[in-house]
Design a protein around this ligand. Structure first.
Ligand code: MLC
Length: 480
């Protein structure tokens, strides 16, 4: 089976039902036709199976049209975070080698010159001329559907290649385990360029045939209004969104909670006190689950049964989990280990880096966990020094490499410091004769906003082990 076959449950089966609220209501038939026109447009420009297209767009209907068109043509869809700037985009373009990058006229200024760019505005002006005839060129469920770039421990991001079957396995699990049906109303405010919004949001919507209200982003000043008007029964969020929701008036919270069926959280750890406070206000226990770009969803608290605060729950169907000690033997229940995963959800490897992962192998997550005697997993941290801010992953190494290139910087370490809203934020510890304002400005110009260090702390030199490794836990405390 391929994604177009899966989505036909809704596109054919629920053709006349409302699928999405965006500028107005659109039926599944409308979305199907839009995807067909876009597929014909792409095919008319010579885009063919196996080619890559990069999509650097905020949430919009055309994002969905392009994704669906790509899955039909066997074209590999490469979403690019809209907060990325020239340095990050240059790397993705060089690595993915797409036939074109699609963006808005406004975002185009961040795209390095060279390579083919099609603007959203231009596509919009011509797509209606293409017929809504169906064109499906992919038949193999093991074909790649998307390459999702995920920050690498080496500084530069790597492209995780996800197949049609990976997305199908994930969607079937979520729809089954969270009992998502056509009667649901999904409010989707997550960015579509990550697997949380795309692999969970869009896929659960199209498989279940529910009604979705899509917004450009989670604007916390407006989100309470959307929840009031749209009355969702289902919401997928990152912890930062739930922290924001604690600030909403108690009467609104109770009304929203009264109509909701399920709140799900992922992409970053949900602090247990947030879960407790949220339960008091909204009358719901947020369901926390655990996933990654390379594997989609792995472990989830149950819909019925105990949603354990601080724990991510039990493995999803088909997902094999091993919690290994550093010597490769299995950790006992209650003992700390590192999670290794295998299953139909696990990706087929990193784009053009076959040496890093072989399909079918156990995937090493880098996540440190404990399994309780009753099977619930609790994450305890990461093997690497990954920072997660507002649900966006940051590898300190990438920022360190960039700052080390700046004038006056002799050495630099970046570490995550706790932040009540975002979970963590990055801070840079810098040795040398540098100007903090100039460093901040350079970061603003070349890096995504969530990667810009909140502070640049001068240090004489970095604390290192005898072997030269930086000891981040010995860095001075940062005070805002
Ligand atoms: C954030 N910003 C965005 C944006 N999200 N800009 C454009 N589009 C978006 N989608 C920018 C804002 O412009 C602002 O920039 C800054 O981020 C903070 O904005 P804010 O309004 O103050 O936001 P806040 O209330 O803190 O909430 C941030 C957030 C955002 C929760 C909306 O962090 C977010 O959407 N996170 C979701 C990340 C995600 O989807 N991760 C999934 C990864 S997949 P400035 O310049 O003013 O600072 C994965 C696997 C798995 O991890 O298991 O899910």
């Amino acid at each position: 089976m391929t994604l177009p076959d899966l989505f036909d449950y809704s596109f054919i089966g629920r053709r006349h039902e409302v699928a999405i609220e965006w500028d107005r209501e659109h039926t599944f038939g409308d979305i199907d036709d839009r995807a067909s026109r876009m597929a014909n447009l792409l095919a008319g420009r010579g885009v063919a199976a196996g080619d890559r297209i990069c999509v650097y767009l905020p949430n919009c209907l055309e994002f969905i049209d392009l994704f669906l068109a790509a899955t039909r043509l066997g074209v590999i869809f490469v979403p690019v975070n809209v907060l990325y700037r020239d340095r990050e985009i240059r790397h993705i373009l060089a690595d993915a080698d797409p036939v074109a990058l699609i963006t808005t006229a406004e975002l185009q200024v961040h795209v390095p010159p060279g390579g083919t760019v099609w603007t959203l505005e231009e596509l919009r002006s011509v797509v209606e001329e293409f017929p809504a005839t169906r064109r499906v060129a992919v038949t193999d469920g093991e074909a790649p559907a998307a390459i999702v770039y995920t920050s690498g421990t080496t500084g530069a991001s790597k492209g995780a290649v996800l197949t049609h079957n990976n997305f199908i396995a994930n969607a079937v699990n979520l729809v089954t385990c969270w009992q998502i049906t056509a009667a649901d109303r999904l409010l989707l405010t997550l960015p579509l360029f990550h697997v949380h919004g795309l692999g969970n949001g869009v896929h659960a919507w199209l498989l279940s045939g529910c009604r979705m209200r899509l917004t450009e982003r989670f604007a916390h000043e407006q989100a309470a209004g959307w929840m009031g008007e749209f009355a969702p029964t289902l919401f997928f969020g990152v912890p930062t969104m739930y922290v924001r929701m604690l600030e909403w008036p108690a009467a609104d919270a109770a009304a929203i909670g009264g109509r909701m069926r399920l709140f799900v959280s992922g992409s970053a750890p949900l602090p247990a006190p947030v879960l407790e406070e949220f339960r008091g206000l909204y009358g719901h226990t947020i369901l926390e689950r655990y996933g990654m770009s390379e594997t989609l969803m792995n472990i989830s608290n149950p819909l019925y049964g105990e949603r354990r605060p601080g724990a991510v729950g039990l493995p999803l169907p088909g997902v094999a989990v091993q919690n290994r000690r550093p010597d490769g033997t299995m950790a006992a229940d209650g003992e700390v280990g590192e999670l290794f995963l295998r299953g139909p959800n696990v990706f087929s490897g990193y784009w053009r880096k076959p040496e890093l992962f072989t399909p079918g192998d156990w995937f090493r997550t880098g996540d440190i966990a404990v399994r309780a005697a009753d099977g619930y997993y609790t994450l305890q941290g990461r093997r690497s020094d990954l920072i997660i801010s507002g649900g966006f992953n940051i590898y300190p190494r990438e920022i360190e490499e960039f700052l080390a290139e700046q004038p006056g910087v002799t050495e630099v370490a970046v570490a995550g410091v706790p932040d009540a809203r975002r979970g963590e934020v990055p801070v840079a510890y810098v040795a040398g004769e540098f100007d903090a304002g100039a460093l901040a400005e350079a970061c603003r110009r070349h890096l995504a906003s969530f990667k810009i260090p909140r502070g640049f702390v001068p240090v004489e030199k970095l604390p290192r082990t005898a072997l030269g490794k930086v000891q981040k836990h010995l860095l001075p405390r940062w005070e805002p």
